[in-house]
Structures are given as structure tokens and as C-alpha cells.
Design a protein around this ligand. Sequence first.
Ligand code: GLN
Ligand code: ZN
Length: 756
Amino acid sequence: MAKTHNLGFPRIGAQRELKFALERYWRGESSQQDLTNTAGALRRTHWQQQGKLDAVPAGDFSFYDHVLDTSFLVGNVPDRVADHQDNTLDNYFRVARGRSANDTGCQCVHAGEMTKWFDTNYHYIVPEFTAQTTFCLHAESLLAQIEEAKQTGVQAKPVLVGPVTYLWLGKEKDASNKLDLLDELLPVYQSLLSTLAEQGVEWVQIDEPILVTELAPAWQTAIKTAYQTLSQTNVKLLLASYFGEQAENRQLAQSLPVDGWHLDAIRGRGDVASYQEALGDHQVLSLGVINGRNVWKTDLNATLAWLEPIHQALGDRLWLAPSCSLLHVPVDLTSEHKLDPEVKNWLAFAHQKLDELDVLANALNHGKQSVQQALADNRQAIESRQQSPRVHNPNVQAALAAITPHLGKRQRPFAERIRLQHEQLNLPRFPTTTIGSFPQTSTIRQTRLQYKKGEIDAVTYQDIMRKEIAHAVDKQEALGLDVLVHGEAERNDMVEYFGEQLDGYVFSQFGWVQSYGSRCVKPPILFGDIERPKAMTVEWTQYAQSLTDKPLKGMLTGPVTILNWSFVRDDQPRSQTCNQLALAIRQEVQDLEKAGTKIIQIDEAALREGLPLRRSEWQHYLDWAINAFKIAANGVSDETQIHTHMCYSEFNDIIASIADMDADVITIETSRSDMELLDAFDHFDYPNDIGPGVYDIHSPNTPTQAQIVGLMNKAAARIPEERLWVNPDCGLKTRQWDEVIPALENMVAAAKTLRQ
Ligand code: GLN
Ligand code: ZN
């Protein structure tokens, strides 16, 4: 009999219960007891909901982040919270976010650094290591959860971040080498596993997702050492990898003396055959056959056809699971009452994915007849999606087929273009501009909400928004900025705003996915060929331009960012979906140009985060992504100036591709690092104009004129000053007008000083 299990369940709750409980606690509106009660109730609910599985995960719950949990589990707590006398949970929140409930001044500490969990949009708190780091087991919380699971009546399988992945995810805070800490860390894991064995735990899932990355020899050795040591305990170890293929690490992983392996059979199917062959009589192979990274129904019939011979060969030794933790998908499709029913029938969220798993196991264990109806329904849904004219649009297919290399090219090289643009725009040296959005006041948010709910009509909505635009233009005129923006008042979100106006998108109401801590995102769902029925931004931009003689920059989100921040189709390569988005944005760019817009900015905030886990795959991604941007951007005359913006500037490794985008102007984040991020430009002659952000919009502090001049001088040491722009780091929508005005006044004054 094939067994079913799950690697992890979303913690936040179908209605984001954990988010609200956490935020109430942090605001001092509820007690820690209230918070832990909510957490306990959620865990029990989630276990019950997974009750059909042969084993459910325990220890996958987290108040903030499972990597931070691991730091606390192994006693790696930063010194800066160590002398806080009160309880662990408050200290945990201090590391997570700088403060806990009721903390004042002296109790606040700097928050741990946060970064992305592999290639997902989930952020973890980076473990901190120094030469002095020691470890010590604190298993109380994990053991309590295992006990709780037992009482709920489920078969709990504890889930741990493996020791080598844990070290790999962390950061050395001094000159030490974190790998040297492995010898110290392993005994803690050993005693944890022994404790679990004493508690009657049979299987432990131990996650080493680094096995799908390109590992240096020292890390491969660490894996070997770790599992030779850990296999000497009395629990059975299921070594899990996901998010890709083990490829060149496969032999190593297979040689480890563990009791079973979990493989990502969606993205790493190539590993499966060799595992099947080598599997020992007492070992198990868990196959992640349900995609834990997207929202589509699994083709159950096709999956079964693939699984049947494997099941025949392995029998009891075959386990079935989602490819990875379900943390990365929304919780429950049944709460979606407004979704288009046709599209809804193609989708599966966490609950539905576990139901699919159950169908697969029943079909294998009890014959297909036992789940005949479910299989027939699934076949119907898969076929309906494959054949739907809503997915396949011949116009879009024809436009895709007509893409030629010249679509992505400007007519003249930058040096000639910029001369034409200067003639037409007549901007001073060190031109000043902003990144697009101005403060999203409560009036703006309320108006948008009222309009969405149908409480105000389109005319009233437009009037109010036009007033906001006029206000933003007035302010910019008064400040003396050189290139103005309309302020993006009408936009809730830089991706959703465009998705809502494109054919091929749907939006869930509750499709939340944890991004970090209590923060969730609700990615739009791109299900079909992308077509732009009509212009999306032209009216607003034209209206704003009518209010000023200064050039007003049109503002768009680029195809790569729209792609990377959506759930996208799995029935065609991402590159193809990206090209469809590019064609839609290209039409918008051309319409803006026709309407008289002389400067158009296309934001690619999420370009870098789409980089594949394996470096060897980077260039392929960059090639198609940059090409999509160029298709979107470069259908204009050489007089039209194209800007792009990125919220980071860790460009060292991709600077050549950034230059290939051939945007006339790029604005980037740099102020927080004191222009250090411009190091990339030391070794690479970036050819076009650039605006290194001089004002950290993430902070409420006002930068002084002298600070800004200082930063610009650092930039001028690397980039010829005639190619420099002066602008903030990012959009200003999260700030207040009374913060923005003095900061921009100083910025404009700084530009004037620089011109002298
Ligand atoms: N134009 C957008 C804004 O100003 C850019 C946002 C971003 O880069 N994340 O809000
Ligand atoms: Zn930004």
C-alpha cells in the first residue's frame, strides 16, 4: 500500500487568523495566552483537515518563520536579545522584527536580516553565525507540538530543517567559516533525534533543499558527515529535497545511510528512476507528485499512468506527497465564491491538493474503480482547461509567432538617442525625478475601495482621483522637480492593477500566501493567453500631462515583474507567458507615445528574484527575461526616453544583462548601502543614464541636502556626471506627504548645488 503524507501546511489560516492574532498581540491588544490559544487551535484544525493522510507534519507551524524556529531550537539566539529577561516568545519576535508587544525604546533591537527562501516569495530570518556561536537544544516547543498532534489523534511526523541547509542559509557575522560549526551542531541534532525517539516518534522528515543547488565540495562533504552521524539514532530519517532536481548531488544523496528520501517529482522527475533502482528493501521513496508551487489541478490520470509501474515495483516502499511544503499555496479554494466558475474548476489550493493525493493513493491501493468519479471529474477539468478558448487565443498566438529580433531593438545606439532626447526634453544636468507613486492617503484608499464595492460611480471616482493627480502635480511643480509623475493614486498594487485590465487573469478573494511573518500576498492568477483589450494608463497620464509643461513620465510595470509576482500557467514555458505580457505592455507603451508621452518608465522590481536556483541556468533566464523587457520597451521612436526601475542594485553578477536592457535611464536602490552597491559599476562600464537612489524611502528620516550631495559625489566618482539622475530609492506610496515634501526639497536643492 502506498502511503500519503504532507511536508508542511500553510500556517497563516484560511482567513489569515494567525496574522490577525499576531498583530493584535504586537499592538498590545491581546495577551500571549490569547496568541498561543489561537496558534494551538489553528494547528489542531490543520491536523484534522489533513486527517486522511497516513502521516501529517508536526513542527511545520511557526509564529513567524521556520528558520528562525530552528535557530531557537538549536539555541542560536543572537546576543542582542540574550539579556532580555522575559519569555522566549518575546525574544523570538525581537529577533524577527526588532520588537515584541509593549516593547519600548531600550527593549527594541535590530531585527534579523530577512531573505528569500530559495526561489519562493517566502522570506526567512537569516541565522547569524560567528566564531563564538555555540548550540544547545531547546526542544520544548517542538515536543509540545508533537504531543498536541498525538492528542488530536493524527500520526505526526516531525519536520526539521536539516543541519547543513541550516548552516547554508545563515550568514557569518565575522571572518569565521560557518561550516566549521557543523561539528558543534550535529550533537544537538543527535540529541534532538534521540529525544524524539524516546517520545515514540517513528519517522522524522529532515529537509535538505540545498541538495538541488550547485554545492561546493566542502558542502557535499558536510552532507555526508551529517547523515553518517545522524543515522546512528533510533528514529527513521526521511531526507527531503525539493524545488528542483538533485542532479550532480544525486549520487551523494543516494549514498547516505538514511531510511528514505523525498524527491520533488514535479521539478526533479529526472532523479526518480535512479532512486527507484537503488532503493533498499527497508527504505522508502516519497514522491512529490502534486505541485506545491502552483494553483493548478494535477492531471491525476497522467500522474497515475506514470506512478503505476513505480508502485508495482516499490509497493509499500512508495510514499506520495506534494512536491514541497504547501506553505507556498493558498489554503482553500472552497472559500472562493466570486471566482469565475470555469477557471475555478481548473484550480486546486492546499486542501484540494491533499484531496488529489488521496485520490491517487486510493487508485493505486484499491484500484481506479474505487475513485472512478473523482478521476472522471479530473479528466473533464483538465480537458476543459486544455481546450478552452479562454486559455487559447488565436490572436495572441499569431502575435507571438510574429515576434522578430527587431521588435526588441531601438533604431539608434544610446549615444545618438540621448542626444535626440536632450534636444526634445531640454532637461538640466542632474535631472530630478521620483519613482512613480506618491503617498497613498486614506482618502485615496477609501475611494478605491468604495468604487470597487460599487458605492460610488465611475464619474465620482474619476473626479476624486483626478484631484489627487492634480495635487501630486502641483506639489511636484512647487518642488521644482524636472520630470514629473502622476502619482499612481488609482493603483492598489503594481501587478494587480495591470492584471485586472488584461484578459487572461483572475483574482482570488482569499488566496493569501505568507510572504514574511504576518505579511501575506495574494498573487493574481494568470490562466490564459494575455491580451490587452484597451489602453490601461493613457487617460490618467494624459490628464496629468495636461496640467504641466514639464515632461510627465508614463508609468508601467514590466512583463518580468508581472510574471514573477503572479501564479502563472504550467502548460507553457514561463518565457512564452512573459512574451505575451511583453506584447501587451508594448502596446501600452506605444499608445502612451502616441498620446504625447515623451518619457515612459517600465518597472522591473522583480527581475532579479526570478533568477533560477542553479547558476548554470541564470543566463538562459536572463536572456528571455531581458528580451521580453526589450520587446515591451523598444517599440518607440528614439526620441522617446525609456526608463526602468529596480528596487535593489545587487547587480555585480548580472550587470551585463542589465546593460543589455538598453533602457535610456535606470533608477536603482543604493542609498541604504551608502552607494556601496555601485561597486558593480567599478568593473563594468555601464553605458546609459543612471539614477542611484539618494533617499531611503523605507525610513521616515529626512535626508539632508549635504547627505544627498555626498552620495551623488560618490556616484560621480564611478559614473560620468552627465549621465547621472537624482531620485529617491523607490516609490513614495508608503510615506506621508509631510515626510515626502522636506525630503524632496532637499533633493532638489542638492541637485542645484551639484549643477553649480
Ligand atoms: N513605480 C512604482 C512606485 O513608485 C515602483 C514600485 C516598486 O519598485 N516596487 O510605487
Ligand atoms: Zn522600487
